[in-house]
Design a protein around this ligand. Structure first.
Ligand SMILES: Cc1cc2nc3c(=O)[nH]c(=O)nc-3n(C[C@H](O)[C@H](O)[C@H](O)COP(=O)(O)O)c2cc1C
Length: 223
């Protein structure tokens, strides 16, 4: 049995991030009969980032190496760390992933970094294959000019350091932010061009996410 998680760090459950994650999940399901996909919508859950309770670092503590702070994500964190493949999705908010996904990652990562002299620094239970699906308003050229890739690099580096595999990254550019642009003040954007891009290119983004989900689960079959 291959266990796959999709973690939606967008508040919207049917827009760009959610659709990319669903395509990823569909692809993962195509990789074999024995694939179980669990969908998590972070904005449905009550939780915060790391509270510095340090239960995960306490000498002789029951929660050593695990997040000991009880809220809606405590059990999910443990299950995610034992998954085969995890796809994190987040829109870009002010050049970075959303605060919700960041908070989730703080809680996921920190218990697995230990500071015991003479021992391995990373104590995650197993390697996990991860992907980041990241939609944004900007075009690819504007995103590179704005340096989002450099701002996102630490998130990818920590994930790789802790879970052992290089994260796969799929950016999705120039997204449709609203279904009906006429209802909102948004005419600073070239709305016709965005709608055309959505019709012509978003299906390719979804196909790429689907292919990625399938390829990652197939790769995990050899683990
Ligand atoms: C609070 C907020 C901040 C945003 N900041 C950026 C940004 O810095 N750069 C960008 O390209 N898009 C930005 N966007 C646009 C979203 O990334 C884009 O609309 C994305 O498709 C939303 O994801 P969703 O459709 O899954 O909800 C922002 C949107 C919001 C609501």
């Amino acid at each position: 049995m291959k266990r796959v998680f999709t973690i939606n760090g967008s508040p919207r459950k049917d827009y760009n991030t959610a659709q990319l994650l669903r395509a990823f999940a569909d692809g993962a399901g195509e990789a074999g009969d024995e694939v179980e996909v669990e969908e998590v919508n972070l904005y449905d859950l009550h939780f915060t980032g790391c509270r510095e309770c340090y239960a995960c670092k306490l000498r002789g503590g029951r929660s050593y190496g695990h997040c000991g702070f009880r809220d809606d994500i405590t059990d999910i964190l443990d299950r995610v760390a034992h998954a085969d493949v995890v796809a994190f999705g987040s829109p870009i908010y002010f050049s970075e992933i959303t605060a919700q996904l960041r908070a989730f990652l703080e809680r996921l990562w920190y218990p697995f970094v230990q500071f015991k002299r003479g021992e391995e620094q990373i104590i995650a239970p197993q390697p996990v294959r991860t992907a980041f699906l990241i939609p944004m308003n900007l075009t690819e050229q504007a995103m590179l000019r704005s340096g989002y890739d450099a701002l996102l690099a630490p998130v990818l580096q920590w994930t790789q350091y802790i879970f052992g595999h290089e994260p796969q990254v799929q950016y999705c550019y120039d997204t449709l932010q609203y279904r009906d642009y006429d209802r909102y003040w948004a005419d600073a954007w070239n709305v016709a061009a965005k709608q055309l891009r959505h019709e012509r290119h978003f299906p390719t983004d979804l196909a790429q996410a689907r292919q990625l989900g399938r390829a990652m689960v197939e790769a995990s079959l050899t683990d």
